[in-house]
Design a protein around this ligand. Sequence first.
Ligand code: NAD
Length: 253
Amino acid sequence: MITSNLSAGLERLGELIANASAIVPFTGAGISTECGIPDFRSPTGMWARHRPIPFDEFVASREARDEAWRRRFAMDEAFAKARPGRGHRALATLHRAGKVPAVITQNIDNLHQASGIGAEYVVELHGNTTYARCIGCDKTYELQWVRERFEADGSAPDCTACKAPVKTATISFGQAMPDAAMRRAAELARAADLFLVVGSSLVVWPAAGFPLMASEAGARLAIINNEPTDQDSVADLVIHHDIGEVLGPFVGN
Ligand code: NAD
């Protein structure tokens, strides 16, 4: 069923949730837009303003690194102010109820953890932008440390231990996916009885392979997104509507 009717969608989603015992949410930037963090591909998204900086360019060019950090600092206030939205809180409610073993997310904003889901139950496919990491030796850094040096020198700092570039702890285009997170996501997808895609355009691969993997392994597939995705035709339920309104009724205490 594909619907943009809220009450029809909610009725069917309620049934799917009630009948499921292993719901695996797969979230994208759309779950966080109501929290003030723009997505990538909407007309108001980040790519309307900036071309993404691929990993090899970040590694090769100090100018690219400086530009990447300038963009990150420009987003500081939005990330710092953001609080979990209705979608995050609904998924946290289902997690507390024992229905959601873990959340798979493409997001880098830390809002699932902020909603009360323990970090060990949040599988981050594209890393986390709330801290930084050396791309050579993996040493982690606070963003504040990077910012102070950037402001003092006008340029992004290198690692104090191995001198390699320091980058937000995110996965850029062209950068290797994190093995452990990819393995865990695959296990979750195969064990799910309901796979719930929330706010993803499903165009970023290999992440976009997980809904199909879950569906092929026998899970029901539900997609909540305000525009169509390439995987709507294989889903059991597609709700084309605002995520906060769809998941708001599932927020509990
Ligand atoms: P995307 O920008 O490609 O897709 C987001 C989808 O959500 C779009 O189809 C959009 O129409 C929809 N959407 C936006 N707000 C919505 C709302 N309120 N209700 C319903 N639908 C809504 O994002 P993606 O699929 O996550 O892939 C892009 C990559 O962007 C990810 O890999 C992620 O790493 C990164 N990203 C993350 C954040 C974040 O952490 N919050 C923000 C921007 C981009």
